[in-house]
Design a protein around this ligand. Structure first.
Ligand SMILES: [Mn+2]
Length: 292
């Protein structure tokens, strides 16, 4: 049997759910072009399995998960089931629901967020070591984990102010991306700014969020320092601590409608990244419970 995220009910038929304010979760076990070590496609299954081992009662977590409001929709194929993603969004807007998506590599963010609704009060925030703002990556490839936010900005006609990259610390893979950040094609708060003066950094995030009503949030686990997530395909030194990520999340989550967690590549001997991913999911649920 396929594992369900612990605390969630399996929901095979969307029409069966008519409850307001619920949380949906699905996985996209998918990697597009790979220039780096593969394996993030195994994330959804492994994270669900790890959720069964995880202690939700700790100094960080209360035991307040109310399981009747959480529904696991299983895994979705981003190309063959494009239509289904659109239908899920319709349901989410109808029920005032929220969505958590487990990747997959970072390209899967585009599969879901390109089907979402946007207005002037909507912002896209991504936590990431890199900008993912290439026009093509690798050369000749226009849809990959390196081009996600270029594609989303163009497709949805988003303004520079509507896009914020947080925690970049190796933030370019190409010179073009560096120029885009320099010329403020998106807003940017680096890992170094946050680590040097976290008070200032968190204040910047708080002020940014106050201008918006709805946030779509993408967490690339490589925003964490290399030492926490050495198994990732593209982890980098001088990144954020888990504690700082939690503090950032607590500011963003009250307005977040969507959160994805991507690039959870692990090895047989090191599965720490799976615990971090599960921990973030429970933290997200707790923060959302508080604003109900
Ligand atoms: Mn990324």
């Amino acid at each position: 049997m396929k594992p369900t995220f612990s605390g969630f009910f399996t929901l095979n038929d969307l029409d069966e759910c008519n409850k307001k304010n619920v949380v949906f979760l699905y996985g996209i076990p998918f990697e597009r072009v790979k220039t780096t070590k593969g394996g993030s496609r195994k994330g959804p299954k492994a994270i669900r399995r790890q959720s069964e081992e995880f202690s939700g009662v700790s100094a960080v977590y209360g035991a307040s998960i109310s399981e009747s409001d959480y529904f696991d929709l299983g895994d979705i194929h981003p190309i063959k089931e494009k239509k289904k993603i659109g239908q899920i969004w319709e349901k989410i807007y109808e029920l005032d629901a929220k969505l958590i998506v487990l990747g997959g590599d970072h390209s899967i963010t585009f599969d879901t967020l390109s089907k979402a609704d946007y207005d002037d009060k909507t912002a896209v925030i991504w936590l990431d070591a890199h900008a993912d703002l290439a026009d093509e990556y690798p050369e000749g490839v226009f849809q990959s984990h390196g081009t996600v936010f270029t594609n989303l900005k163009a497709k949805k006609n988003l303004k520079s102010e509507q896009m914020l990259l947080i925690g970049g610390h190796a933030y370019t893979q190409t010179l073009g991306e560096y120029e885009k950040i320099q010329s403020k094609e998106v807003m940017f708060l680096s890992a170094q700014q946050l680590l040097t003066n976290s008070k200032e950094g968190l204040k910047f995030i708080e002020e940014y969020i106050s201008k918006f009503e709805r946030i779509y949030l993408s967490i690339d686990l490589d925003v964490l320092d290399h030492s926490y997530v050495p198994t990732l395909a593209t982890s980098e030194p001088f990144g954020l601590t888990p504690q700082l990520v939690l503090e950032i999340l607590s500011l963003i989550l009250p307005k977040a409608k969507y959160v994805d967690i991507v690039e959870a590549r692990f090895t047989r001997s090191n599965k720490i990244v799976l615990d971090l991913a599960v921990g973030f999911v429970y933290y997200i649920l707790e923060q959302w419970e508080e604003i109900k």
